[in-house]
Design a protein around this ligand. Sequence first.
Ligand SMILES: NC(=O)c1ccc[n+]([C@@H]2O[C@H](COP(=O)([O-])OP(=O)(O)OC[C@H]3O[C@@H](n4cnc5c(N)ncnc54)[C@H](O)[C@@H]3O)[C@@H](O)[C@H]2O)c1
Ligand SMILES: O=C(O)C(=O)C[C@@H](O)[C@H](O)[C@H](O)COP(=O)(O)O
Ligand SMILES: [Zn+2]
Length: 371
Amino acid sequence: MPSPDRCVTVPGDPGYDVVIGHDLDPVVDRMLGTDARRVLLVHPPALRGRAGSLATRLRDQGREVVPVVVPEAEEAKTLEVLQRCWDVLGEHRFGRQDAVVGLGGGATTDLAGFVAATWLRGVRVVQVPTTLLGMVDAAVGGKTGINTAAGKNLVGSFHAPAGVVCDLTTLRTLPTADLRAGLAEVVKCGFIADPGILPLLTELDPASDRVHEPGATVLAELVGRAVAVKARVVGEDLRESGLREILNYGHTLGHAIERTEGYRWRHGDAVAVGMVYVAELARLAGLLDPSVVDQHRRLLRSLGLPTRYRADRWPELLDAMRNDKKVRADALRFVVLTDVARPTILTDPAPDLLTEAYRTISGPDAGTVGG
Ligand SMILES: NC(=O)c1ccc[n+]([C@@H]2O[C@H](COP(=O)([O-])OP(=O)(O)OC[C@H]3O[C@@H](n4cnc5c(N)ncnc54)[C@H](O)[C@@H]3O)[C@@H](O)[C@H]2O)c1
Ligand SMILES: O=C(O)C(=O)C[C@@H](O)[C@H](O)[C@H](O)COP(=O)(O)O
Ligand SMILES: [Zn+2]
């Protein structure tokens, strides 16, 4: 077995490992444990080749592998796709000792996690994220779910994986636009908890075709640090009763943009705009120094991420934000910063503050990135 580059343990009962390195199929097999005779391998068409080689490895170890090809990206997070996965599990008589593997981006791991959480009230899932965003965020922490007509991730559960395998080799085929989108969640970790991430990000060239090679250490370091932030937070507050809300930095407006765009915008792109929005909101509320707002814009732009959105969509966005899970007694609540690595909650900001913050991030040139 090749020795992993890095391993972050997510504390819990039981805790689990997030292994980050190259050529890690043997680690997937180990994390499945000895009891799982059948494995449901959930993946999108884009990962067919990768799924084939993983399936061969698992079959060589004596397991029965049942592949389920789910739609690309957000189209996988629907009730119909979930139902199809349940049907396959039923047809193959999956038992409590059997397991699910989620191989793909965050949309696939969100779905696969929810399939595992709901089958027989919960079976083992090993997450194998193949996007940067999946590695640094979606596959870690046990938040699983699907979308509904009313909004993003409105049905789901907390179901911790048995392990997470971040094989950086798989990033070779990831389009640069998806790599950039993943960097938005890394930026988020830098601003909410680990300022050391921010200067490291300026050393990265997302368009370089060598960025994820075994010898390229910056990306591996960034993945390790972002995963460490997430592990610390979810280890303390798996069910989001408090601290975990900080991981939603930039997501209140971000999710509203995704829904308004019919999920054709990448999640990370929408979160990038959402982070500038809450930075502006915090500035207007007198909580955050303008220099930190500038830092958001400069860093996100340097990574090729969007920082603005369409002016004409504000009423629709405001309405969509009212479905956010952080709302309490109909009052909007935003994760904001009082400084770098000092997150707090801003509850029920005045309507004119919300509108003014939106004015600062909107304009006629906005809304061209995504898709
Ligand atoms: N559960 C969580 O804590 C959490 C955290 C962050 C984001 N999310 C969710 O994650 C989703 C976004 O995930 P994402 O950004 O990974 O996008 P994605 O899952 O939509 O993947 C983007 C596209 O890239 C393809 N792809 C994946 N890996 C590839 C590879 N190695 N090479 C080529 N193509 C590849 C996918 O099949 C898909 O078509 C959103 O639904 C978001 O809500 C969840
Ligand atoms: O893990 C979390 O908690 C997060 O909020 C991480 C987010 O990056 C992620 O997009 C998550 O899916 C959002 O969750 P939601 O509860 O707002 O749907
Ligand atoms: Zn996110």
